[in-house]
Design a protein around this ligand. Sequence first.
Ligand code: GDP
Length: 461
Amino acid sequence: MNYKDTIAAIASSSKNGSISVIRVSGPQALFGVSQIFRKKNGEIIDLTAKESHTIHYGYIFDGKEEIIDQVIVLVMKAPRSYTTEDVVEIQCHGGSLICQLILEELLHHEIRIAEPGEFTKRAFLNGRIDLSQAESVMDLIQADSQLALHNSLNQLRGNVREKIEELRQVILTDIAFVEAALDDPEHLSLDGYVDQIQNHGQELLEKINHLIHNFENGKIIKEGIQTAIVGKPNVGKSSFLNCILREDRAIVTDIAGTTRDTLEEEVRIGSTLLRLIDTAGIRSTADQIEQIGIEKAKESIEKSDFVICILDSSKDLEKEDLEVLEEASQKPGVILLNKIDLDSRLEGQEIPFSQGKKIMSFSALEGHGLSELEDYLNQLFIQDKIDYNDEIYITNMRQKEALYSARDSLLQLLETIQAGMPEDLFTIDMQNAYESLGLIIGQTIEDDIVDKIFKDFCMGK
Ligand code: GDP
């Protein structure tokens, strides 16, 4: 696809970094940048005459012939660039002000500001990357945990495409054979081939189910685990919170919640990202004992994927503990016997409503039990399922829905075969499965979906 527009944006993300990058892509990129890029004495540096993949040193001048900044310019000529168009990258100094000034100058030379994700959209539409790779660029930008990062890189390398292509190829071969045999029954016979289609259908189904299953893990990798910390007043919830937050120096963000005034904190335990729900509630009610109640715990548990249930092990269980435990029993989680540094009354005791939950001794005060908790969570969420090398994780809803619809078509195919229906009906189901799988890598994607996906991107990517 040939775009007429030349686009530019700040491609580096950090506002405080020492170097920023402005990326320019399109037919006007070389000429446009040459209009403002000079030697110190003002002599023009003509980038259109330079070789691809070369680096040039000079100064960016504004319209009043004043120097804005000393820069390094990289030239990547079509088609050997990310977008497959002529691309120029300007490395300038630090802050966003200089970047803004340079961008403004570029706008005077038939270059416009890129929309979010537009570079990657061009890379996709020009065939440089497939859709799963494009989406992984977005994931990469937003990756919060090591595993998410690894997974995005895996997708970016095209592992998803390879896997999906492999599945599609099997279907395509079968479709082609059935159609050919129906066209030319004298030379090609479908005898026995139906069994093969059935076997292929079953194998594909298994593989797709596996990918769907991985989605849940993928979601956990990417988005983290919604975690509720519950317990009656004074068991040590806020101490526990402080304990894990202090331990993990890389608190990612404090995001002001979209609902009410809740604060969501993220903490990385090993390679697992926990999203702690309603921590503001825990903190603000620490001194107001009567306010925190079972209602609050209920709400948090409902929103969570995982519950950390805290008990004060130095005291006997009370009615409120039992209420919290019962409420928590509907979700997976752990039970922490906190204050284990004091005389314990609960250790070795049977804890009601604890089925399926691991019970661990803990001391928020001394940090005891934290590394065991960390090991346990890693084992629980990550297990051995993640093979760093070649396991494929479908991580977004769009891809997952496409997998579901491919699975439905395959189930339909198997039913059609079992019901002894005519062969020409097989190809309909096979084609549907083929197309659904194609959606994952953008083979049959509609324009509006493409637009939607790329709008979610960050500027400059
Ligand atoms: P919350 O109401 O559940 O948030 O409980 P807090 O975290 O405010 O703790 C209540 C009291 O228990 C405070 O005085 C804490 O210092 C104390 N506490 C919390 N964890 C421990 C622990 O592991 N050992 C001991 N000895 N005291 C603790």
